[in-house]
Design a protein around this ligand. Structure first.
Ligand SMILES: Cc1ncc(COP(=O)(O)O)c(C=O)c1O
Length: 460
């Protein structure tokens, strides 16, 4: 059986058949089979911010796939680049490389604030995080800290689905996996809506950052290899910190000789209106994990980008070699997709558009405060925003699970042709960076109307 490429040929009967196969034989990621069986959305076409299902429904993808479709759908020049590479040479024999891999390493260094940067290419975000942490540990050993194996991260963060990444992610209770990586230590995460401590937000942010220092002092700086954080935690609800937070993280990392890792799997490549998010705050991380937008999801690729200072420690003899290998890491097909993708970013100024349209989106979302159930509108740094719904705005009390928002809201939005993610108490917004004002207006109007219906359903 071959897959059906031409969506026009998808009959109702064929769709039913596909539903049956999926329902019987597929795991959907992080999803309950009973929630989608028989009703799986099968997408067959995409163009810009729009996607189309097999049964002909057209929706605006307000989540850019899963935080990655930054260049938008239907970019045939990426497909052409992939085809050209695949027909020339799809992969290199062991020990060699290919044109797009080399050119991509050069392009990333050109875009990265430290132009001496060196990239270790992998296949996705979790591998990028694993690679960054292993690199930080080995760097620490090479840098005179032989006993450094501990890594400090933040509660309620998300760093991926593999064992080490789950250990660093701050919510292991989400799916208990038994003992996690030894040496994973968690500190308080930044939360702009429900400040973790009383006080002025900037002081509280600095206090949160200082928790990294307290752990380092308590554990002993010689035992700590790295500290890792997402510049804006999407998993924790699009939490944009004040500039002082990352500036303080940088100071602590420098003072104690600890590697600072920015997990930019979501924020990297323009999402925040800068190529890399810490630039917004005048900060440079030592290692940056990226994935998603590097190819806009046209092919799976990730990277751990090391500054020259870090990377140079690995240039020497056998002892300095970074003995880390991922067979398909930086696959030439994916590298070709990344180059064509980043070419679109530069040609169409998608990073500038992210800044401009991000400001517009954030401004338009403010109108939603007319709904009593809107507790907080977050964002303001590029095209990453969230609307948090609460049962009581004054006390910021969340809706009880029985209110059923987690199921109701995605449906209300879908009925208004918006694809959202994890809509529930929180409507996250992460549209393609190519979005325009009219499309943003469409999203905001759809949310407005969905909230009207939700409020009347809840009797508010
Ligand atoms: C900040 C962050 N790090 C790492 C990952 C893991 O990336 P992947 O799912 O490509 O393995 C994600 C995924 O959403 C992420 O948001």
């Amino acid at each position: 059986m071959t897959s059906t490429i031409n969506p026009e040929t998808l009959s109702g009967e064929r769709i039913e058949e596909l539903q049956q196969i999926a329902g019987d034989h597929m795991f959907m990621h992080a999803a309950q089979t009973n929630d989608w069986r028989g009703n799986l959305k099968i997408y067959v076409k995409g163009d810009g911010v729009w996607v189309e299902t097999a049964d002909g429904q057209r929706h605006l993808d307000a989540m850019a796939g899963l935080w990655y479709k930054s260049a938008g759908y239907g970019r045939t020049e990426i497909a052409d680049a992939v085809y050209a590479q695949m027909t020339a040479i799809d992969s290199a024999p062991s020990g060699g490389s290919t044109l797009p891999q080399i050119e991509l390493a050069g392009k990333v260094a050109e875009l990265y604030p430290d132009h001496g940067a060196r990239s270790f290419f992998v296949s996705g975000g979790s591998e990028a995080v694993e690679t960054a942490v292993k690199m930080a540990k080995k760097y620490s050993i090479l840098n005179g800290k032989a006993g450094a194996f501990k890594v400090i991260s933040r509660r309620y963060s998300y760093h991926g689905g593999t064992a080490m990444a789950v250990s660093l992610g701050g919510n292991p209770a989400a799916d208990p996996m038994g003992p996690l990586m030894p040496g994973a230590i968690h500190v308080t995460n930044w939360n702009s809506y429900r400040l973790p401590y009383a006080g002025d937000p900037v002081d509280v942010a600095i206090k949160c950052a200082n928790e990294f220092e307290e752990v380092i002092k308590h554990q002993g700086a010689d035992t700590v290899a790295a500290m890792i954080a997402e510049p804006i935690s999407a998993a924790f609800g699009i939490q944009v910190p004040p500039a002082e937070y990352w500036q303080r993280l940088r100071e602590i990392a420098d003072r104690y000789n600890v590697v600072l890792i920015a997990d930019e799997v979501i924020t990297g490549f323009g999402r925040t209106g800068e190529w890399f998010a810490p630039t917004n705050w005048g900060v440079q991380a030592d290692i940056t994990s990226v994935a998603k937008a590097i190819t806009s999801g046209y092919a799976p690729l990730g990277a751990a980008i090391a500054t020259k200072k870090i990377a140079d420690a690995f240039v020497g003899g056998p002892n300095e070699t970074f003995k880390h290998l991922i067979t398909f890491g930086g696959h030439p097909i994916a590298a070709a997709a990344a180059l064509a993708n980043l070419n679109i970013f530069e040609r169409d100024d998608l990073v500038g558009n992210s800044k401009r349209m991000g400001a517009y989106l954030y401004e338009q979302l403010q109108s939603l405060y007319s709904h009593k159930i809107v507790g907080d509108v977050r964002g303001g740094l590029g095209l990453l925003a969230a609307v948090e719904l609460v049962a009581d705005r004054g006390s910021k009390t969340p809706f009880p699970a029985e209110a059923g928002l987690a199921k109701k809201l995605p449906k209300l939005l879908f009925d208004r042709n918006i694809v959202s993610f994890r809509a529930g108490d929180l409507i996250s917004l992460c549209p393609p960076l190519s979005i325009n004002k009219g499309e943003i207006d469409f999203i905001v109007a759809a949310i407005d109307s969905a909230l009207d219906e939700l409020e009347s359903d809840l009797g508010i």
